[in-house]
Design a protein around this ligand. Structure first.
Ligand code: ATP
Ligand code: MG
Length: 417
């Protein structure tokens, strides 16, 4: 019997895993500087945590959730995103009693039952951030700047920050009516999903990916023309701050995002190099969600970025060096092999990646292996070398060679750049 991973679920192997590690450590370091501390959240929650917050009429809740009944007859769901769980956690532990803002980041797998394709998986990974307790646009500006800087430090270029404000409960009804009036006559030409959205949640029509619907909604009223005074002021101040921080952005009045909990600011970072799935990261403000989870009315904002799409972009840019051992220690005979292992330990203690010979193989096949694994140097220790207290070395990139005493070889190798 041969097994393979489930459809849309992939293994992450070296050398890619090295890239993943680098992205994660860059993120950790940057989050620290902005005061975002790590939270580790469960992969599984009560289904309601997601249905109530993300919204019944969204793609995620309607079609994409991994929901099942556990042995205690409870409906549970593998998390499709991070914000709902973070808010559940924030309220459960009364973190609003701590000084504001409380800023967190998380990293880990998400699960959505989507049609697998390029840039779209059923288990995928996100790094996300959530900041609670500040309603002012200063926090929006910080979060968006952090995201831009993070993607920059990771090494991504030519990204576009798209930004919008979708207003609040005060401006939404007016905008909703304007949308309904605009769509009314064209409704029969829209896809069945959009026809349903017309009654359930007309804003969602702006998020439809069907080409015909995209065409049909050209000229739809822009949400930013219907903002109430306070939302307008919030948005203008955010844009002014982004300009002051030299964060370039484009306004996208259709950016409503695929989750219902957003209020005011929404944003997405896109890359033209990704084809149809061009969003690398996305987020927004969710000022009502903490209250909906039974907490006080605490405003918040967050984002999540998709690891797979970032990795794709980095691999395309091909600036990465695959990690490889500094040396392979080739040995002949039991004594030399033991000495090789001792040296390997010494070198590892000195911070080097060194691969020893595990015994048996001919010198020729050991050297072939040294080449294959991309070692920078081969060190050769046979019986003669052992007697003379020396190792032969060969630089596998340049072909240069020489010898060095066994006592000094570790120091010598550490010093070789
Ligand atoms: P999309 O419009 O691409 O479906 P989304 O609005 O569903 O994205 P979010 O829920 O905002 O995405 O998630 C944030 C980021 O997570 C996306 O920008 C993307 O990079 C990544 N992402 C979302 N769904 C998937 C998936 N199925 N596979 C891989 N990455 C994903
Ligand atoms: Mg989606």
């Amino acid at each position: 019997m041969k097994y393979s991973a489930l459809k849309g679920i992939q293994d992450i192997l070296p050398p890619d895993s090295h890239l993943w590690q680098r992205i994660e450590s860059t993120a950790r370091s940057l989050f620290q500087r902005y005061g975002f501390l790590e939270i580790r959240l469960p992969l599984i929650e009560s289904t309601e945590v997601f249905t109530r917050s993300i919204g019944e009429a969204t793609d995620i809740v309607e079609k994409e959730m991994y929901t099942f009944t556990d042995k205690g007859n409870r409906s549970v769901t593998l998390r499709p995103e991070g914000t709902a769980g973070a808010v559940r956690c924030y309220v459960e532990h009364s973190l609003y009693n701590l000084p504001s803002p409380q800023k967190f980041f998380y990293s880990g797998p998400m699960f959505r039952y989507e049609r697998p394709q390029k840039g779209r998986f059923r288990q995928f990974y996100q790094i996300g951030a959530e900041a609670f307790g500040v309603a002012q646009p200063s926090l929006d500006a910080e979060v968006i700047t952090l995201l831009r800087n993070l993607l920059g430090e990771i090494g991504l270029r030519e990204l576009n920050v798209e930004i919008n404000s979708i207003g609040c409960d005060a401006c939404r009804p007016d905008y909703r009516n304007a949308l309904l009036a605009f769509f009314r006559d064209r409704l029969p030409d829209f896809c069945p999903d959009c026809q349903r959205r017309y009654t359930t949640n007309p804003l969602r029509i702006l998020d439809c990916k069907v080409p015909r619907c995209i065409e049909l909604r050209q000229g739809a009223p822009a949400v930013t023309d219907h903002l109430c005074g306070e939302c307008r002021e919030h948005f203008d101040e955010l844009l002014a701050r982004l300009q002051a921080l030299h964060v370039r952005y484009t306004l996208n009045p259709n950016l409503v995002r695929g989750l219902d909990y957003y209020t005011r600011t929404t944003f997405e970072v896109t890359s033209e190099h990704l084809g149809a799935q061009k969003a690398v990261a996305a987020g927004g403000r969710y000022d009502k969600l903490v209250k909906e989870f039974g907490g006080p009315p605490i405003p918040a904002i967050g984002f999540a970025m998709g690891m797979e799409r970032i990795v794709t972009l980095l691999k395309e840019a091909a600036t990465e060096e695959t990690p490889a051992p500094k040396a392979f220690i080739a040995t002949l005979g039991r004594e030399a092999e033991r000495e090789g292992f001792r040296l390997a330990e010494e070198m590892r203690a000195g911070g080097l990646w060194v691969e020893p010979n595990y015994g048996g193989a001919s010198l020729k096949s050991q050297l072939r292996k040294a080449d294959k694994i991309g070692a920078a140097f081969a060190l050769i220790i046979g019986e003669d070398e052992l007697k003379a207290g020396k190792a032969q070395w060969k630089n596998l990139k340049t072909g240069e060679q020489g010898d060095v005493s066994l006592e000094a070889v570790s120091i010598w190798l550490i010093a070789c750049s």
